[in-house]
Design a protein around this ligand. Structure first.
Ligand code: NAI
Length: 289
């Protein structure tokens, strides 16, 4: 199987690593050459780490690397059996991209979106063959997180979800079927984790370091909500919150926060831009609980 992945950011690079490790050839595409370079470095580092820990052999690293092809051209997608897009969380961008890709890929190529929250039906509606579209939603970091949500749209061919479920198992992941509703399962359940933490902060009940400390040290979570939002990226996390809020007909339970909106507008995306709720620049002092 040959898989095309569009977007070589946090998710695209991780998904490419997972799929190439499972033995499939991957074309990883980005419009930004620096993003492609970063992805190549990230994957090289991750595979090197696995090899130095003895989890995979040096030959396996070479084979995986050989299966990965980095490109800026959609023309390379002419032999794809499956394309997964992992670009910015914006419906129009994803729709335009699938319109473009559909002109290049084979007639029976499956088109999948890694969207966290957008309607798969709306993405599919932009395609000439909407029945070949489906959601395949990985979690961050994709090489480490076992869960993958599989989301058929109303237009999706009967049987395609099962086919994808088997593929996800082949990739060593655990599939879960989800209905095409805003945020699917995990991102919907997670909304109050972020939303209530932001409200607690805005109401002056506790500061970010205290909330994170309470949730990790006392609550048993791996990451506190502010550390996690910084890790995901506010460009992604804010857009997902906004999309879930509007898609649920402005249900106040999902109302976005101005505190996070301002970070998003300032370009303080979290770890990826070195500033978010925390300051990741060298030598910066960190808030204490
Ligand atoms: P990112 O910002 O790290 O990477 C996006 C990449 O897409 C960038 O390298 C950008 O240059 C590229 N790109 C944007 N428009 C493009 C286009 N038209 N053609 C080609 N490349 C293009 O974003 P991230 O975090 O990887 O998220 C991507 C998608 O995955 C979003 O839909 C997001 O909701 C979803 N997602 C994100 C998770 C996270 O924790 N960050 C978790 C699960 C899903």
């Amino acid at each position: 199987m040959i898989v095309g992945i569009i977007g070589s950011g946090a998710m695209g690079a991780g998904i490419a690593q997972v799929i190439a490790t499972a033995g499939h050839k991957v074309h990883l595409l980005d419009k930004n050459s620096q993003a492609l370079e970063r992805a190549a470095q990230q994957i090289k580092k991750a595979l090197g780490k696995l090899s130095s820990k003895g989890k995979i052999s040096e030959i396996a690293v070479m084979d995986i690397t050989d299966r990965l092809h980095f490109t800026e051209s959609y023309q390379d997608f002419g032999d794809c059996d499956l394309v997964i897009e992992a670009v910015v969380e914006d419906l129009q961008v994803k729709q335009n991209l699938f319109r473009e890709v559909e002109m290049i890929v084979p007639q029976d190529c499956i088109l999948a979106s890694n969207t966290s929250s957008l309607s798969i039906a709306s993405i599919a509606a932009a395609c000439q063959k909407p029945e070949r579209c489906i959601g395949i939603h990985f979690f961050n970091p994709a090489p480490l997180m076992p869960l993958v949500e599989v989301i058929p749209a109303v237009q999706t061919d009967a049987g395609l979800a099962e086919e994808i479920k088997q593929l996800v198992l082949q990739w060593g992941k655990v599939p879960v079927m989800a209905k095409d509703t805003p945020g699917f399962i995990v991102n919907r359940v997670a909304r109050p984790f972020y939303g209530e933490a932001l409200r607690i902060l805005e109401e002056g009940i506790a500061d970010i370091a205290t909330i994170d400390w309470a949730m990790t040290e006392l609550g048993g979570f791996k990451m506190g909500p502010f550390t996690l939002m910084d890790f995901i990226g506010h460009d992604v996390n804010y857009r997902v919150t906004e999309s879930v809020f509007t898609s649920f007909f402005y249900d106040p339970r999902y109302k976005p926060s101005f505190t996070q909106k301002r970070l998003f507008e300032a370009g303080y995306y979290g770890r990826k831009s070195e500033r978010g709720f925390y300051d990741y620049r060298e030598g910066a002092s960190q808030p204490q609980p």
